[in-house]
Design a protein around this ligand. Sequence first.
Ligand code: PRP
Length: 181
Amino acid sequence: MAADMHQNLEILYTRQQIAERVAEMGAQITRDLNGEKLVMVGVLKGAAPFLADLARAVNVDATFDFVATSSYGCGQRSSGAVKLIKDLDEPVEGKNVLVVEDILDTGLTLSYLRKHFMQQRPKSLRIATLLDKPSRRIEKIEADYVGFSIPNLFVIGYGMDYAERYRNLPDICLMTPDHPE
Ligand code: PRP
């Protein structure tokens, strides 16, 4: 699915810019792991493309696990409550965990997940997010690895959706109005 097939999409970060940043993040994570093993925990669904690329950019012995939460309704934030829809397959006690997110917004999701994972006493817990919107934060939480820090823009593509669509755009895009005034 190409962004230029949609008149009302504007590219914010190209696939090349994303690939370069993900490679840098992978190198940093590799250095920080210092040869230790890693469990990469993707937060479905939005983080799937980022996790797939980041996993291939880290040079460590890694396994994958996934969780799913809900905090947004269809296209809009519905409530502040975070619900765990799918938990980890394996407990992470004693393991190095990297939580992988597409976007850190209010921080409600990652605060909830951090608390949830810390109850299992991992050896370490770090957070990688491709995008960060610090101006939107409600919960006090920061990621250890941030791809791009952005203002409060509604972004889609590379995993991120509008009403479940556009996740398969290779670039990160902004939706522009159909009929600009
Ligand atoms: C998005 C994103 C994060 C969360 C961030 O997920 O992937 O998980 O919202 O927002 P927060 O910091 O305000 O909690 P969403 O619930 O839209 O699900 P999705 O990944 O399936 O699109």
